[in-house]
Design a protein around this ligand. Structure first.
Ligand code: ADP
Ligand code: MG
Length: 393
């Protein structure tokens, strides 16, 4: 079974249903980060060059099956038109007579963008009839929505059954290539940097990577959950109690291997989570009562930079502290800058981790930035995703 890619297919005169992930942040009608749109441009341009017309479909936000005007893709249509320097036709509904009429009228080189797929509940339900209706808008199917490939949604999964030709675009290929380099023979030493929150969601990924990595360093709620698992003091730190048993198992597994595992040597602790909180660095790896750990401390930063400098491969998932608050962002910023400066193959995955790398201004200096947080974690846990498997033939 081979993954079908756009290079394998013929698109001359074809109408292509292109599923993308244009789930971009929008504030007051303005797109604040268009990375996900620019990431799909190579595929869009390739298909247009090959003589296709495009029906572009995406979701945006979580409208839960209802039409929510703030989650309309209209601002995305405008940005895409600007980026391509070309008109993009719009259909107010992703299925129905208007979409059908506009799709069937497309000439080679023309683009139709459909309104938010998730305005229909059937999208997330993976509804077969809905998938069939979508499939009727085009002849061929291309998926470049890496960030949604872990979901068996109608436009990702069920739609394939109704299409003669189905393939993935360049973004998915790039993501698979970078993540596979972590899973298959990574250059050693391989350093895994774990932080952020949502510890339970990451246990599967960590467990699968245990056999491949040489060093793990931790920060954020992740670190406090491991510190708790060691029965050390965590004061008023945010921990994930449900994840403590799994953290204990991971520590046990690590102790059986020749590998390094670090929780922070010291912490920045604060009396509350606020820019004007009282805060200072501890002199040890535990957190006293009534204090909240908000960042890794200076000794931890030094130790972690040393780990980064020794590594040849790095996967970084999630910030070292509450980096959104300036006084608590140092650990995360220093880690980002150290990765950028190191001679290393580096992959960054996770929405907030990517935001942190951008905040540090080093996004061009890392090897790969994943466009899908949840999808990249699931790929590293299972080695593939449902939306990728259906594109194999
Ligand atoms: P990602 O999106 O990169 O996967 P997560 O969503 O798991 O990352 O975690 C990021 C969030 O974790 C950020 O909002 C950050 O403020 C928070 N965080 C990091 N460290 C701490 C901490 N010590 N206490 C509470 N929240 C934290
Ligand atoms: Mg996040």
């Amino acid at each position: 079974m081979e993954l079908q890619t756009i290079e394998d297919k013929d698109y001359k005169g074809k109408r292509v249903f292109l599923r993308v992930d244009f789930n971009v942040p929008i504030e007051n009608g303005v797109i604040t980060d268009d990375t996900r749109i620019t990431a799909a441009l190579p595929t869009i341009n390739y298909l247009l060059d090959k003589g296709a017309s495009l029906v572009i479909a995406s979701h945006l936000g979580r409208p839960k099956g209802k039409t929510v005007p703030e989650m309309s893709l209209k601002p995305v249509r405008e940005r895409l038109a600007t980026l391509l320097g070309k008109d993009v036709i719009f259909s107010e509904d992703c299925i129905g007579p208007d979409a059908e009429k506009k799709a069937s009228g497309l000439k080679a080189g023309q683009i139709l963008m459909l309104e938010n797929l998730r305005f229909h509940k059937e999208e997330e339900d993976g509804d077969k009839d809905f998938a069939k209706k979508l499939s009727g808008l085009a002849d061929s199917y291309v998926n470049d929505a890496f960030g949604t490939c872990h979901r068996k949604h109608a436009s990702i999964y069920q739609i394939i059954e109704h299409m003669d030709s189905a393939a993935c675009g360049y973004l998915i290929q790039r993501e698979i290539k970078a993540l596979s380099m972590l899973l298959d023979n990574p250059r050693k030493p391989f350093l895994l940097i774990l932080g952020g929150a949502k510890v339970l969601d990451k246990i599967g990924m960590i467990t699968n990577l245990l056999d491949k990595v040489d060093t793990i360093i931790t920060g954020g709620v992740m670190a406090y959950t491991f510190i708790k698992a060691k029965n050390w003091e965590t004061g008023d730190c945010k921990v994930e109690p449900e994840a403590v048993p799994a953290a204990k198992e991971i520590i046990k597994a690590i102790n059986k291997k020749h590998m390094e595992f670090h929780t922070p040597l010291d912490h920045i602790i604060a009396d509350r989570i606020s820019p004007d909180a009282h805060f200072f660095a501890t002199d040890r790896g535990t957190v006293p009562n009534n204090w909240i750990g908000v960042d890794i401390g200076p000794q931890a930063i030094e130790e972690y930079i040393d780990c980064i400098n020794r590594a040849k491969t790095i996967f970084w998932n999630s910030p070292m502290g509450i980096f959104e608050i300036e006084p608590f962002s140092r650990g995360t910023m220093e880690v980002a800058r150290a990765i950028a400066a190191a001679d290393v193959f580096s992959v960054i995955g996770g929405g907030d981790s990517v935001a942190a790398v951008k905040k540090a201004g080093v996004e061009d200096k890392v090897s790969h930035i994943c466009t899908g947080g949840g999808a990249s974690l699931e790929f590293l846990e299972k080695g593939t995703l449902p939306g990728i498997e259906v594109l194999k033939k």
